[in-house]
Design a binder for this molecule. Structure first.
Ligand code: ADP
Length: 374
C-alpha cells in the first residue's frame, strides 16, 4: 500500500518511520527541496496547483496531509479524479477556516467561547462593549503558532487586519472571541477510520509560550471526570464532521470545571508527539492506519506519565550537533527527536519525550535533555 503525504514538514517526516515498520510505501510532495520529510521518496512542487498534485497522486492509494492549507479546488479535483483523500475536503474545510469551525461547533452544540464574525471596526467595537472591553481577535485563515491571534482592548487595534480584508477579493470577516480566563489548556486527540472505527487518546495538558506549544503532559494531571467528557467530545466531533485520520481538539479548561473548544487540527499534532515514546500506538502510525482504513492500534499510554518538550532554534553559540550530543548525555532515558531543520530562532526544530512511573522524574529527564538546546 502506498500513502502520499502533501507537505514536507516534520509531521510528514515522523510518518516515515512507522510507514517503514508497517511495510507501507510513503511518498511526500514537499514545497521545496531539502525539507524535513526529504528522507522519504520526495517530489517537489506547489500543492496549490492541481496538475502538480494530480501527477503526485497518480500512483498512491490514499492522499493525506502534513498541513491543512491545500485549497478546496485542488481537493475537489483529487476527489473527482477518483483519488481517496483523507481527511476529506468537507472535513478539512472546517479546519481551514476558524469562522467555519466556530459555526460548525455551534451547530453541533460543542461548548466554546462566545464569538462573533466581525466585518469592521464598528462590529468589533460592539463585541468589545458586550465582553468587558477585551477580546481575542483572529484571522479566519492562515494562522499558526499564534500568528493571526491578537488580544485587543480597542477596535482600532485590528485596523490593519480589516484593511487587508477589504483588499482581499474574497472579503470575509475576522473572528472575535471572548478572552477566556482559562486555568489551563488541554488537547484531546482521536483517530477515526473512513469505515467508522474511532478511538480516543488520553487528554493531555499543553503549555504555550509566545503562542507556540512548549510542553505537553500526558495524561493531563488531576483531570478526573473531565477526561471522559473530553474523550466523548473529541469522538463526537470526529463523527459529526466525518473526520478521517487523526483529529486534535485544542481545549480550554475553566475554573468552574468546563471545557471549551479552542481549535481543531485534522492531522497529527504537536500535542500528540508524546505518543511516539509514551503510547502503545503513536499518532503517526495511527494516522497511517486510519487513512488507509486499517484497524486502529491501541491508544493507551505505556507508562503512567509522559512529557514532551519542544526544542526551538535558539541563541547563537554551540552548534546543533553539540547541543544534540549534550542532550543525549543529559538524560539517557529521554528520547530526542530532531527534524533536520536549520535552527532559526523560535523555529520548532525538534522535541524531547520522556515517560515513566513518576511525573517528577519524567519532567526532570525531559527538561534536562531539552535544556541542552537552550
Ligand atoms: P493558532 O491557530 O495560532 O494555534 P489559537 O487560536 O490556537 O491560534 O490561539 C493561540 C493561543 O492563544 C491559544 O493556545 C491560547 O493560549 C490563546 N488564545 C486563543 N484564543 C483565546 C481565547 N478566546 N481566550 C484566551 N486565550 C486564547
Amino acid at each position: 500500500m502506498r500513502v502520499g503525504v502533501i507537505g514536507g514538514g516534520q509531521l510528514a517526516r515522523m510518518m516515515i518511520a512507522p510507514a517503514e515498520e508497517l511495510g507501507l510505501e510513503i511518498r511526500v510532495l514537499a514545497e521545496e527541496p531539502g525539507m524535513s520529510a526529504a528522507l522519504a521518496a520526495t517530489a517537489t512542487g506547489d500543492y496549490r496547483d492541481l496538475d502538480t498534485v494530480l501527477a503526485f497522486a497518480r500512483d498512491v492509494d490514499v492522499i493525506t496531509f502534513d498541513h491543512e492549507h491545500v485549497p478546496q479546488d485542488v481537493l475537489a479535483g483529487l476527489v473527482s479524479a477518483g483519488i481517496a483523500v483523507h481527511p476529506g475536503p468537507e472535513a478539512l474545510a472546517i479546519a481551514q477556516d476558524k469562522l467555519v469551525m466556530r459555526e460548525t461547533m455551534a451547530r453541533i452544540g460543542a461548548p466554546q467561547p462566545d464569538w462573533a464574525a466581525v466585518r469592521d471596526a464598528d462590529e468589533l467595537a460592539a463585541f468589545l462593549e458586550a465582553h468587558g472591553g477585551r477580546a481575542v481577535v483572529k484571522t479566519a485563515r492562515g494562522g499558526y503558532d499564534g500568528k493571526g491571534v491578537r488580544v485587543v482592548n480597542a477596535a482600532h487595534e485590528a485596523d490593519d487586519w480589516f484593511t487587508a480584508l477589504a483588499e482581499d477579493a474574497n472579503g470575509g470577516a475576522l473572528l472575535a472571541e471572548e478572552m477566556v480566563d482559562f486555568t489551563r489548556e488541554l488537547a484531546q486527540q482521536v483517530a477515526r477510520r473512513p469505515s467508522g472505527q474511532a478511538l480516543a487518546y488520553p487528554v493531555v495538558q499543553t503549555v504555550q509560550r509566545d503562542g507556540v506549544c512548549a510542553e505537553v503532559t500526558a495524561p493531563a494531571p488531576g483531570i478526573g471526570g473531565l477526561a471522559e467528557e473530553a474523550a466523548d467530545l473529541g469522538l463526537r466531533i470526529a463523527e459529526e464532521l466525518g473526520v478521517t485520520g487523526m483529529l486534535a481538539v485544542e481545549l480550554f479548561e475553566t475554573a468552574d470545571g468546563r471545557i471549551l473548544v479552542n481549535e481543531l487540527a485534522m492531522r497529527p499534532h504537536n500535542s500528540g508527539h508524546w505518543t511516539q515514546d509514551g503510547a502503545v500506538t503513536s499518532q503517526f502510525e495511527q494516522h497511517l492506519r486510519a487513512v488507509l482504513d486499517l484497524p486502529l492500534g491501541d491508544p493507551s499510554p505505556r507508562a503512567a506519565h509522559a512529557v514532551m518538550i519542544n526544542i526551538l532554534g535558539g541563541p547563537e553559540g554551540a552548534t546543533m550537533a553539540e547541543r544534540f550530543a549534550a542532550a543525549l548525555a543529559a538524560a539517557p532515558d529521554a528520547k530526542v527527536h530532531t527534524y533536520g531543520k536549520a535552527p532559526r530562532p523560535g523555529r520548532k526544530v525538534g522535541h524531547v519525550n520522556a515517560a515513566g512511573p513518576e511525573l517528577d522524574a519524567v519532567l526532570a529527564s525531559a527538561r534536562a535533555a531539552a535544556a541542552a538546546f537552550d
